[in-house]
Design a protein around this ligand. Structure first.
Ligand SMILES: [Fe+2]
Length: 151
């Protein structure tokens, strides 16, 4: 059996990324690393710092790369295109959308892309979704599935 552990987020500005993840997700800093194994250095040349932030059972591993090119991956190439997190209510979707705008308008973060959050959309089965970008331009989906217990 598998269960979800963490998402690795590669950024060019670890402070900016950390602050946004802490504030947007109301996350807590778990631990940080500045020394890495040979395997990590082979996999991620130029990594200088890695910070785990956590909200509930969801962990994000934020790390920078010294030679980051500030480019997005090709839109139609192989990639994990978005990460979807489930919420417990439609109200939470509205709050995530409101908070995204609040943080964006605060001027405290640098955003890689100008895109604003989507509307909250409802599909034919009544499942609601919201799509937002993080400060790096990485896409999150938040979904509310009525009547579907999360555990
Ligand atoms: Fe999705």
């Amino acid at each position: 059996m598998l269960c979800f552990h963490h998402v690795g987020v590669q950024t060019d500005d670890l402070d900016n990324c950390l602050n946004w993840y802490l504030d947007y997700f109301d996350a807590k800093l778990s631990w940080q690393l500045e020394r890495f194994s040979g395997l990590t250095l082979d996999r991620l040349p130029g990594i200088a710092g890695l910070i785990e932030v956590r909200v509930g059972d969801v962990r994000f591993h934020l790390f920078d790369r010294s030679a980051h090119n500030r480019q997005q991956p090709p839109a139609v190439g192989f990639q994990f295109q978005h990460v979807c997190l489930a919420v417990d209510s439609a109200d939470e979707l509205r709050e995530l959308r409101r908070r995204w705008h609040e943080l964006h308008e605060s001027g405290k973060y640098v955003f890689a892309r100008p895109d604003l959050p989507s509307d909250i959309v409802t599909d034919a089965d009544g499942i609601q979704s919201l799509y937002v970008l993080d400060v790096n331009g990485l896409e999150f989906e938040f979904t509310y599935v009525p009547g579907s217990p999360r555990d």
